[in-house]
Design a protein around this ligand. Structure first.
Ligand SMILES: Nc1ncnc2c1ncn2[C@@H]1O[C@H](COP(=O)(O)OP(=O)(O)O)[C@@H](O)[C@H]1O
Ligand SMILES: [Mg+2]
Length: 254
C-alpha cells in the first residue's frame, strides 16, 4: 500500500538531515505504529508521505503509483484536531467533500447526507449542528476522524491523535479506533511516543532508533485480533515493552 524508497529530507537552514535514506513499506489493510521519542522526526515522515513536504532524495509509492503524481494521496489527521471553530461539527466534517475538485458536482444535500452518515459512524449523530467547542476532547477527535474518513482514501495517517486526552478517554478511544479499523478495512499508520498505545494498537511497530532517521526497526507484536487491553499483561508483551522503553531511553535528550 505504501512504500518509501531511500527518502532524505533536510529542513531549509538545518545542518543535518531529519531523514537520511529512509526506506520502509506498509501492507494494505494493516495497522502499524511509528514509535519514537519527541522531536525524532516522526511528523516529518508523515508530512513527506502526504506531500506537505517534498523529499530531496528518494521516492514514495502509494498503491504502486509514484505519490508525487497523485492529487489525493491519503487521509491525514494531525495532532491537533484542527476543527474550524466557526463552522458547525457537520460543516467541518463535510470539508473534504467541498475541497475535492473531483466531487464538484456533489450537491449540498448530498454532502450533508454523507457528513451525517460519517458522524453516525463515529457515534456523533446528534452533533451535526453543534459547534466544535461544545464537544469533549474525545468527541472532537472522533469528529476529526469522521472528516478524515470522508477524504475517501484507503491510507490513513494518524499523528498522535489521542496524546492530548486524559488517560481513560485515551484508552476508550484506542478501543474505538480498532473497531473502526476492523469495520472499514483501511490501512492505518499511527504515530505515537506511548509504548502501551503502540503495543495495544498495532500488528507491527516501526521504532525510530536514531536521528537522522536512516531506518526503522520493525517489531511484530505477538498478539492476535480482535484484542483487548489484557494483551498488555501477557509476559511476552511486557518483555517487549521493556525492550522498547530501553530503545527509546537511549535516545532521550533530557
Ligand atoms: N518547519 C520546520 N522547520 C525546521 N525544522 C523543523 C520544522 N518542523 C520540525 N522541525 C525539526 O525537525 C525535527 C523533527 O520534528 P518532528 O518531525 O516534528 O518530530 P516528532 O514528530 O518526532 O516530534 C525537530 O528537531 C524539529 O525541531
Ligand atoms: Mg510530532
Amino acid at each position: 500500500m505504501l512504500e518509501l524508497r531511500d527518502i532524505s529530507y533536510r529542513y531549509p537552514g538545518d545542518e543535518y538531515d531529519t531523514a537520511d535514506g529512509l526506506s520502509f513499506s506498509v501492507k494494505r489493510g494493516s495497522f502499524n505504529c511509528i514509535l519514537g521519542v519527541s522531536g525524532c522526526g516522526k511528523s516529518t515522515v508523515f508530512r513527506l508521505i502526504n506531500g506537505l513536504l517534498r523529499p530531496q532524495k528518494g521516492a514514495i509509492f502509494i498503491d504502486g503509483k509514484d505519490a508525487s503524481t497523485l492529487k489525493m494521496r491519503c487521509g491525514y489527521m494531525p495532532q491537533k484536531d484542527m476543527l474550524f471553530p466557526w463552522r458547525s461539527v457537520g460543516d467541518n466534517v463535510m470539508l473534504p467533500l467541498e475541497v475535492n475538485k473531483a466531487l464538484k458536482n456533489c450537491s449540498k444535500t448530498k454532502r450533508r447526507e454523507l457528513a451525517c452518515k460519517a458522524l453516525k459512524d463515529v457515534g456523533l449523530e446528534d452533533c451535526y449542528n453543534k459547534m466544535p467547542d461544545e464537544l469533549s476532547g474525545g468527541m472532537r477527535q472522533r469528529a476529526a476522524f469522521a472528516r478524515t474518513m470522508l477524504t475517501g482514501n484507503e491510507l490513513l495517517l494518524l499523528d498522535e491523535p489521542f496524546s492530548a486526552l486524559d488517560f481513560l478517554t485515551r484508552i476508550s478511544m484506542q478501543e474505538w479506533l480498532l473497531e473502526q479499523w476492523e469495520k472499514h478495512h483501511k490501512t492505518i499508520l499511527f504515530i505515537t511516543h506511548d509504548v502501551d498505545e503502540a503495543l495495544f494498537l498495532s500488528s507491527g511497530i516501526f521504532v525510530v532508533e536514531e536521528t537522522p532517521i536512516k531506518s526503522l526497526k520493525e517489531i511484530i507484536v505477538p498478539a492476535g485480533r480482535p484484542r483487548s487491553r489484557q494483551i498488555l499483561d501477557k509476559p511476552e508483551i511486557i518483555e517487549l515493552k521493556n525492550e522498547l522503553i530501553n530503545i527509546l531511553r537511549r535516545q532521550q535528550k533530557v
